[in-house]
Write a protein that binds this ligand. Structure first.
Ligand SMILES: Cc1ncc(COP(=O)(O)O)c(C=O)c1O
Length: 395
């Protein structure tokens, strides 16, 4: 099944006046998402915020079902959060570490996650160790297997990093984690929305993601999946009376579902928007979405690779819809600015957001272009022509 490009573009007002190649930043929301949110906000203004939530209680509850369907999980294993970072933190900081415990992560780990590892290492005496890459630049699964011993308390990796198209072998890591009974936390922030995500197949215990990137949801949304058996054993690092009702003067009881990681007050319009974005993606199909996103990114890479002075920085065998490159003689920020005046949205990736990887590969600030299925082949071509012009000027 292929994607009806005309239809999805008709649903995407942003394509009318820009070439948006920043889906790994925040993708363009489709009209049904925008409508669901504005209608809900209007309802809050018309009848009151609490009253609107009561009126739309079933739809709001349905968002958990949408996330669960997206991940092949159960609704009670899902917590809705304000972003992926908080989702990840809630899971990570709920885990207990002792001196000498080992946390294994990957070279392309995201800065927010890595500083949390460092903080916990400082507080507890746990150690952070980096799984080496294989020759393609992806996490080396065999090296991971060799690193396992009874001191490994956590494997926490990023599936698709913030700084490129690399797709780490998340399911192979899951098989090792399962085999050894080690908790596995997967940062799927850049993966959800551009490819199928099945927690059973991935073998992960915890997974965090955001709504605004490839899922095309609103900003300020994210979610956490925690496998039920583990979730029931985890005490969230911080709680309120929603996560843990106050049942006696000296006692609280944690909720029996993953909403123990949430708190009471929420942006319900954004939650509804997230649910609609997920339903929209599922109605198109995650396989066709992946096929088109990755195909457009591949086309972009091959066109860019032919331009003298352009160096592509994506690594790994499998490459997702994130294309990173530099142009000799032009700073990444200037590339972004020059594209902007031509109505093309791209962004940059700072070395500090993936410090280990950037250091290992001596990466400067790089340009990041992330197409989505709603981009046309012509848009990709116009973008690469604009890059070619810039590169020629710099020669
Ligand atoms: C790999 C990765 N993980 C986590 C995040 C954080 O997501 P959020 O901004 O929704 O907290 C990002 C954001 O760029 C990311 O690239």
């Amino acid at each position: 099944m292929s994607i009806d490009l005309q239809r999805v573009r008709a649903d995407t007002i942003g394509v009318n006046h820009r070439i948006h190649l920043n889906s790994a930043g925040a993708a363009l929301m489709p009209t049904p998402v925008l409508d669901a949110m504005t209608d809900y906000l209007r309802r809050e203004a018309e009848i009151g915020g609490y009253e609107a939530a009561d009126e739309q209680a079933e739809r709001l509850k349905g968002v958990y079902g949408s996330v669960a369907r997206l991940l092949n999980a159960a609704s009670d294993e899902i917590a809705l959060m304000e972003n992926a970072t908080v989702a990840w933190q809630m899971a990570f900081y709920a885990l207990q570490f002792q001196p000498g415990d080992r946390i294994l992560t990957a070279q392309a780990e995201y800065a927010a996650n890595y500083v949390a590892f460092l903080q916990v290492a400082k507080r507890t005496g746990a150690v952070v160790e980096v799984i080496p890459n294989d020759r393609s630049g992806a996490l080396d699964v065999e090296a991971l297997e060799r690193m396992i011993d009874d001191r490994v308390r956590l494997i926490a990796i990023t599936w698709v990093p913030t700084n490129g198209g690399l797709v780490n072998p998340a399911a192979a890591v899951g098989r090792i984690a399962r085999k050894h009974g080690i908790p596995y936390l997967l940062d799927a922030c850049q993966a959800v929305g551009q490819m199928p995500v099945d927690v059973a197949e991935l073998g992960c215990d915890m997974l965090s993601a955001t709504g605004r990137k490839f899922l095309r949801g609103p900003r300020g949304t994210g979610f956490l999946y925690v496998r039920r058996e583990l979730m029931l054993r985890l005490e969230p690092p911080i709680i309120d009376h929603f996560a843990a009702p106050w049942v006696a003067p000296d006692r609280y009881e944690l909720r029996p579902d993953a909403r123990r990681f949430e708190n009471w007050e929420n942006n319900y319009a954004a939650r509804l928007g997230l649910g609609v974005a997920i339903d929209y993606a599922l109605s198109i199909g995650m396989e066709p979405i992946k096929a088109r996103c990755w195909m457009l990114a591949d086309n972009m890479r091959s066109e860019l690779a032919r331009i003298p002075g352009v160096v592509i920085h994506d690594i790994g065998i499998e490459r997702a819809a994130i294309v990173t490159f530099t142009i000799a003689g032009v700073e990444a920020a200037d590339v972004q600015a020059r594209m902007k005046v031509q109505g093309i949205n791209v962004t940059t990736s700072q070395p500090s957001s993936t410090l280990l990887d950037s250091t290992a590969r001596s990466l400067p600030m790089i340009v990041r272009a992330s197409p989505h299925y709603y981009n046309s082949e012509d848009e990709i071509h116009r973008f690469t022509r604009a890059v070619a012009t810039l590169a020629a000027e710099a020669r």
